[in-house]
Design a protein around this ligand. Structure first.
Ligand SMILES: [Zn+2]
Length: 299
C-alpha cells in the first residue's frame, strides 16, 4: 500500500479566496496581452480555468490527465481548448493554502509577470482567504517512489511532514551547483508566510545564448529582461538577485506548481535533481496512478 490516510478526522478546512482579483500582463510565448481574474470557487471544486475569449467559455479542470505539453512551461488541455504557463499561478494558490479557485483568462496563456509567483501571491494576500465547509484529507506517503531520466531524478520519501529538496547543476559559473531544501510544515499550504517570503519571489532564469535560440524558433516572444534572470557563463546580465540561490528556489517553485496538479500532494519528502516540467509532471502522474484507492482530494 502506497498511501496511508489518517484515521483521525482532519481538522484542516479547505479554503478559497474571499473575493476575486485581476491581473494583467503579457504571455511569454505569444507576446499577447492577457487579463486574468482569479475568483472564489465551491468546496471540493479544485482549480478550474475558464477561457473567456472563446465561444461558450470552455472550462479546463486542473489535473494530471489534462497536461498536454511540458516544453519550457506546463500546458493543460481539454479537447481542443488549451491554457499554457499555468505553473506559477498554481504554485501560488497551493502554497498560500487556497484549495479551490476559478481562473478566467482571455487568452491561451497566463502572463509571466516578473517571472516569479510574487504578483499572484500579492493578489491572493490582498483579497484574503475564507474557510469552507469541508476538510483537506491528511494523506501520508508510505513507500518511497522515484523516477529517473538520464541523470535527472524526481523522488518522494515517507516523512512526518512535507519537505522539498532540489538540486541543479548548470554549465555556467554564476549558476553552477545549487541545493535548497524547504518545508511548508505538515502539508503544502500550511505555511503561506514562508511560501510568500522564501519561494514565491524566485524568478525564472536562463542562459542568454539559449534565449537567442528560442527567439530564433519564434518562441518566448513576450520574454524581456523584466521577466527572467538572464546570465552568460560568467555574469548575470540583469542583477541584482533576490536570493543568492534564486535559480534553485525557482526550480522548487516549478516543482510545487507541477505537483499541485494532484491537489495537495501526499505528506512526503520530495526530492529532485536536474529535473524539468516534463519529469515533474510524469512524477505527478506516477503518484496519482499509485493512489487510486485513496483520493487525494476529498470533500
Ligand atoms: Zn517557472
Amino acid at each position: 500500500m502506497m498511501f496511508q490516510e489518517s484515521g483521525q478526522p482532519s481538522s484542516f478546512p479547505q479554503q478559497t479566496l474571499s473575493a476575486s482579483f485581476t491581473c494583467n500582463g503579457v504571455g511569454l510565448h505569444t507576446g499577447h496581452p492577457v487579463t486574468v481574474q482569479v475568483a472564489p470557487s465551491p468546496v471540493g471544486s479544485g482549480y478550474t480555468f475558464i477561457r473567456t475569449d472563446l465561444p461558450d467559455f470552455p472550462r479546463i479542470s486542473v489535473g494530471v490527465n489534462q497536461v498536454a505539453q511540458t516544453l519550457l512551461s506546463t500546458r493543460l488541455a481539454s479537447g481542443n481548448v488549451t491554457i499554457q504557463t499555468v505553473e506559477h499561478l498554481l504554485a501560488a494558490l497551493i502554497g498560500m493554502g487556497i484549495d479551490n479557485a476559478s481562473i478566467e483568462v482571455n487568452s491561451d496563456e497566463l502572463p509571466l509577470l516578473d517571472g516569479s509567483a510574487q504578483e499572484w501571491v500579492r493578489g491572493i494576500t490582498e483579497v484574503g482567504s475564507q474557510i469552507q465547509n469541508g476538510t483537506r484529507p491528511l494523506v501520508w506517503l508510505e513507500e518511497s517512489i522515484s523516477l529517473q531520466q538520464g541523470d535527472a531524478i524526481v523522488a518522494a520519501f515517507p516523512a512526518d511532514e512535507t519537505r522539498f529538496t532540489y538540486g541543479i547543476d548548470f554549465d555556467s559559473q554564476v549558476i553552477g551547483n545549487q541545493w535548497y531544501s524547504w518545508s511548508p510544515g505538515q502539508q503544502l499550504g500550511d505555511n503561506p508566510v514562508g511560501f510568500a517570503q522564501e519561494i514565491a519571489p524566485a524568478r525564472t532564469f536562463g542562459l542568454a545564448e539559449q534565449i537567442d535560440g528560442l527567439r530564433a524558433k519564434g518562441l518566448i516572444k513576450g520574454g524581456t529582461l523584466d521577466n527572467a534572470l538572464v546570465c552568460n557563463y560568467t555574469n548575470w546580465i540583469n542583477p541584482p538577485l533576490r536570493f543568492t540561490n534564486e535559480p534553485v528556489r525557482h526550480k522548487l517553485l516549478d516543482l510545487i506548481g507541477d505537483l499541485s496538479l494532484l491537489g495537495i500532494p501526499p505528506i512526503a519528502h520530495y526530492f529532485a535533481y536536474k529535473a524539468n516540467h516534463g519529469l515533474h509532471v510524469q512524477f505527478a502522474k506516477l503518484l496519482s496512478d499509485n493512489s487510486h484507492r485513496q483520493p487525494l482530494r476529498a470533500v
